[in-house]
Design a protein around this ligand. Structure first.
Ligand code: HEM
Length: 416
């Protein structure tokens, strides 16, 4: 892993009280990169429920369960749009299709536009539609596990956690599975790029959209039974879909569906590898896997979505200013001791099991049904296909921060 350096600290603005300053670099905090959720547990104990950090230009972090929950539902104060929808639409109106700025849909628009754009995705991502994919997911997961079994070891992320969701994504979208390598490279580029400035992000999103363009256009003219064809047949805000609309959805689903599931798999399997007694309990009763997967999602919640203040506001007693950024620190919310008794404990019998790993409010994850199936099926296939697996004691696990936290590599070993 490359040693990351802290973003320079900026001076605190006058409206931020000293008591609310807590120095935390969400990308490069050294303790986070060493052992992500240990650091998050610590922050959940010692940082103010809402704090301001001087890193990355200075911004708010909402870490308590109540702050995250209430802000997620208050779209008149907290916006998902880094730039107002109307301003972007205006810029794009005069540009040709392949030069338009990509707007990941529906996540970067607020209601009422959000409601129009989310609608067409509800059916294709429904529990019923996702269950229909389960057999494919299982076959793929079993094949990937079987491929590494005789070696007695594997690096989980490259051997399984990356190819599994990428292949499922291609199937779901009707993209050619034989182009898997191209998409895996695009995922890697997206994940490992250190730049977050909007030009670089646009350039990366454009590459993703360009890779899909041929298939996107083909599905407009030759509809099939896949999400791309279905999106072409929908209306957006009363108007027929444009190429730009479909590209906006495609880049969003690419980012949301791959990076997240991979990191969830890395965190979940690492926990199983550290806890042979849990593996034994689940092998003896595979029916417990869905519940075990939920507690893994709570204990290792890993996404940190941003919000942007639409107005000056007082939120839970804290003065915030228009234009400021606030991170929804979902991982800390799910480890908040005021919400979950003994939050560090992995406890299948805990009373309150309602985590917010998939967010809450109007932007709640559309892919949660798919993600749950992918995670549960992988755990089942690993438990069925491998004997007790452990972390390789000669290799350490390191983590990345940012908006999707997770392990870089997870080296596993087992007896053969
Ligand atoms: C374990 C895996 C996943 C986790 C933890 C996760 C988490 C989240 C979270 C927290 C949000 C809300 C973001 C916000 O409030 O700004 C979200 C939104 C979203 N997710 Fe997921 N996600 C996962 C997998 C997926 C998958 C597999 C897909 C689809 C292929 C997907 C598609 C989406 C979409 C489209 C949205 C935006 C919904 C909207 O804005 O209305 N996610 N996800």
């Amino acid at each position: 892993m490359v040693q990351a350096s802290l973003s320079p600290a900026v001076p605190k603005p006058d409206h931020v009280p000293d008591a609310l300053v807590f120095d935390y670099d969400h990308r490069n905090d050294p303790a986070l990169l060493k052992d992500a959720h240990n650091r998050i547990l610590e922050i959940a104990k010692i940082a103010p429920p809402i704090f301001w950090t001087p890193r990355h230009g200075g911004h708010w972090v909402l870490r308590s369960h109540s702050a995250v929950y209430n802000a997620s539902r208050d779209t008149t104060t907290f916006s998902n749009a880094p730039m107002p929808y109307e301003a972007l639409a205006h810029i794009n109106a005069n540009l040709p299709d392949d030069k338009k700025m990509l707007i990941p849909l529906p996540i970067t628009v607020d209601p009422p536009h959000h409601t129009h754009y989310r609608g067409p995705l509800l059916k294709p991502f429904s529990p019923k539609a996702m269950l229909a994919l389960k057999d494919n997911i299982r076959t793929l997961a079993a094949e990937l596990v079987e491929k590494v079994r005789p070696d007695g070891r594997c690096e989980l992320m490259t051997a399984i956690a990356e190819p599994l969701p990428v292949t499922i994504f291609l199937l779901l979208f009707g993209l050619p599975v034989e182009k898997g390598r191209v998409y895996r490279d695009l995922v890697a580029e997206h994940l490992h790029s250190p730049t977050t400035d909007s030009k670089a992000v646009q350039a990366r999103l454009r590459k993703v959209a360009d890779a899909m363009r041929e298939t996107i256009l083909d599905r407009r003219d030759n509809p099939q039974d896949d999400i791309l064809s279905m999106l072409w047949q929908s209306e957006y805000n009363g108007k027929p879909a444009t190429l730009h609309d479909i590209e906006n959805y495609a880049v969003m689903l690419f980012i949301a569906g791959l990076d997240t599931v991979m990191n969830g798999m890395g965190l979940g399997v690492r926990h199983l590898a550290m806890h042979p007694e849990l593996q034994k309990q689940l092998r003896e009763n595979l029916a417990l896997v869905p519940e075990a997967g939920e507690e893994l999602l709570r204990r290792y919640t890993f996404t940190v979505p941003p919000r942007f203040l639409l107005n000056d506001a007082e939120f839970e007693g804290v003065q915030m200013k228009k234009g400021e950024m606030a991170l929804l620190f979902l991982p800390a919310a799910d480890l908040d001791p005021t919400e979950f008794a003994d939050p560090a404990a992995y406890n299948l019998a805990r009373e309150n099991k309602v985590h917010i790993a998939f967010g809450t409010g109007p932007h709640r994850c559309l892919g949660s049904h798919l993600a749950r199936i992918e995670l549960q099926v992988l755990y089942e296939e690993m438990l069925k296909g491998l004997p007790e697996f452990r972390l390789d004691p000669t290799k350490s696990v390191t983590f990345h921060g940012g908006h999707v936290i997770g392990p870089d590599e997870v080296h596993l070993v087992w007896d053969v």
